[in-house]
Design a protein around this ligand. Sequence first.
Ligand SMILES: Cc1cc2nc3c(=O)[nH]c(=O)nc-3n(C[C@H](O)[C@H](O)[C@H](O)COP(=O)(O)OP(=O)(O)OC[C@H]3O[C@@H](n4cnc5c(N)ncnc54)[C@H](O)[C@@H]3O)c2cc1C
Length: 505
Amino acid sequence: MWRRSFSNGVSLTRTLKGKKWDALVIGGGHNGLIAAAYLARGGLSVAVLERRHVIGGAAVTEELIPGFKFSRCSYLQSLLRPSVIRELELKKHGLKLLKPIATSFTPCLDGLYLLLGFDDQQNNSEISKFSKRDADTYPRDFMDILLSPTTKILNKWFESDVLKATVAADAITGSMASIHAPGSGYVLLHHVMGETDGDRNLWSHVEGGMGSVSLAISKAATKAGAHILVNTEVSQIMIGDSGEVDGVLLVDGTRVHSSFVLSNATPYKTFMGLVPRDVLPDDFLRAIKYSDYHSGVTKINVAVDKLPQFHCFKSSQLEVGPHHTATVHIGCESMEEIGSACQDAWNGLPSRRPVMEMTIPSSLDKTISPPGKHVVSLFTQYTPYKPSDGSWEDPTYRESYGQKCFSLIDEYAPGFSSSVIGYDLLTPPDLEREFGLTGGNIFHGAMGLDSLFLMRPVKGWSGYRTPVRGLYLCGSGSHPGGGVMGAPGRNAAHVVLQDFKKQSR
Ligand SMILES: Cc1cc2nc3c(=O)[nH]c(=O)nc-3n(C[C@H](O)[C@H](O)[C@H](O)COP(=O)(O)OP(=O)(O)OC[C@H]3O[C@@H](n4cnc5c(N)ncnc54)[C@H](O)[C@@H]3O)c2cc1C
């Protein structure tokens, strides 16, 4: 379904050549598709050129094991701007959000657990199991956390380890920064700014997996007249004699012409890989080159033959409990545990006890696994890009990391390892190679305070335009950053439409 909907390399030359396009978009991630949809709606002829066989970038669904459809990278939705959903009519194009019954589940080895959801009173009594004081303090203004170290704020607010660790887990997502570092809380803020159908800070599953978000956007784009091509890799952005963009060169040697090119690739890939270096100012190039693309994320997509059974939360083997629909925090009982997992990676080693976010989308979505079987997504940290005690190229080393994660889950949900039918393991180098995510960084560049707002991707260039006239950034490396949010794509399209109108006058 994902592959059939789009033109591939065979008809490509005919579609692309012999015509000057109003705009070309390099990359069919959700942001590139959104940019294309708005440009086409604005009346421009536009083509999206995606190097993979499938659209969506990191918002993708792939059936790697027959019958099991994995959201290989991103797995929960909350950040997609409501304006994008509304304006592109994504629900009409098939987007269906599935709200969890509970939001967060943190099992503890001593048999306790913390289950948070939508009911304030219930949350109060859950937190009271650990601290009455914390239960009363819980609803806080998260703005406090913007500039401070996560640990400082959470220690000030709360006294129970498990609540602090559960909240802190959102602050470390995709980051290699210590939770003791000033500004480490921004990622947490980034995670609580979203919504699902008006419910603030609610992360939902997407029916059919995250690829359904991209598919709905692509339908809106093609309806508006955009052309989307897969298996179409750009090798260079062509610059004319006057220093302005003239189009792109594909890996097969095809030249495609346009005065407006938007790049959904990372800023690093765009400027270090696609733009001829001699056209870029030295200081700009250096700022791009030394941007932070560290990431300690390894994603594991697992097919299992039964629902995980947590020893602290007994339920029947077959029945989906509220905790199965929530984000499950494994190995996350205290901030010290998170800190030492991070310290291992700083010492060059994959964490001995990785911090994991487990989700089970098939607990709500019957379309992604065979009856009775389930899809489990494990977002694990921390794994260095180049570990000092082995190599991610070594199958035994990779396998040992996967098994370590499964064994840790066994401590909380005995029998998990033996329920595994198969899995897909994506280390930072895999994320880079497969999805084009530089350094494996899930956000197209770290979301530290020094690379946000006016500083994203680099100081002075937060407005989607670049030092090359006619070249724009439209992906997560531009403001306001990563996540399946769509804002960079939408904003970039508006800037291009303005410039296009000016040029046509
Ligand atoms: C493991 C993981 C888990 C995540 N979890 C979540 C989550 O649960 N929720 C959430 O909101 N966010 C999550 N994120 C972050 C989010 O998925 C990304 O920030 C977002 O999807 C990036 O979208 P994008 O359109 O900007 O770029 P991408 O999705 O990276 O798309 C860029 C596209 O450009 C293509 N491309 C690159 N170079 C070329 C070239 N030369 N020619 C042609 N095409 C090219 C790539 O193949 C890719 O398809 C996660 C990310 C990862 C990796």
